[in-house]
Ligand binder design. Structure first.
Ligand code: PRP
Ligand code: MG
Length: 211
């Protein structure tokens, strides 16, 4: 883990669009980050930073096990995975919230069925409120569940609220505020501090400038 370029797990998908300009302002070579190709491992020109492309949900896993030194992950994913990680920096991008939502104007039953991509967070949230919810795990298009009778409620990410709006759903309660975090493997953070610290500082500055 202590040799070769410092590796960073980046989530494939929409967060890359916000991440690239931020990393660029931090002085990183983002060429490999924005390149339109299918390679899953891409080194920067200087050979100091290695980008590893993953599904967002898998980022904490790779970093926790030390297969990758650093990673980019949403607080939503981190809450759900509960991986043992270090989270040195809030990147201030990917801002949204995890929320309970349901059909507009309709009261949920006392024991609601709740569809979600976040079964653990959802179970804990309802348990804390003393509500005995039945959690139904789904992996996407969560807003569909109440429309076709799979569930009474959903717990999902709400960004603009457009998806809820267009499906006649409304937010009932916020579960957690979400933003994108820089995460680090605990051992790597110590062993490669000489490389990770300045990187965090540069990214932290870029975050502060754009706040
Ligand atoms: C995400 C999320 C919500 C929507 C929120 O879904 O799960 O459905 O975006 O954004 P909004 O409030 O701006 O409408 P995504 O498009 O990533 O698809 P998926 O849930 O099927 O993975
Ligand atoms: Mg969705």
């Amino acid at each position: 883990m202590n040799e070769g370029p410092l590796s960073i797990a980046v989530p494939k998908g929409r967060i890359l669009k916000a991440l690239a300009p931020l990393f660029s302002r931090a002085g990183l070579d983002v060429g490999p980050l924005v390149a339109d190709d299918r390679r899953l491992v891409r080194d920067d020109a200087a050979g100091r930073l290695r980008y590893v492309f993953l599904k967002p949900d898998d980022v904490p896993t790779y970093v926790e096990y030390g297969a990758v030194d650093l990673g980019i992950a949403g607080r939503d994913t981190l809450l759900e995975k509960k991986a043992d990680l270090y989270t040195p920096l809030d990147l201030g991008i990917g801002r949204c919230r995890l929320a309970v939502a349901g059909p507009r104007g309709k009261r949920a039953p006392d024991v609601p069925r709740v569809a979600t991509k976040y079964p653990r967070v959802t179970a804990e949230f309802f348990a804390k409120k003393g509500i005995q919810a039945e959690v139904i795990p789904v992996s996407g298009s969560v807003e569909l569940a109440p429309l076709v009778g799979l569930s009474d409620l959903i717990v999902d990410v709400v960004e603009t609220g457009k998806t809820l709006e267009e499906n006649d759903l409304e937010v009932i309660e916020t579960v957690a505020e979400v933003s994108t975090m820089l995460i680090a493997n605990r051992a790597a953070y110590k062993l490669r501090a000489a490389e990770i610290r300045p990187l965090c500082e540069a990214i932290g500055k870029a975050v502060a400038e754009s706040a």
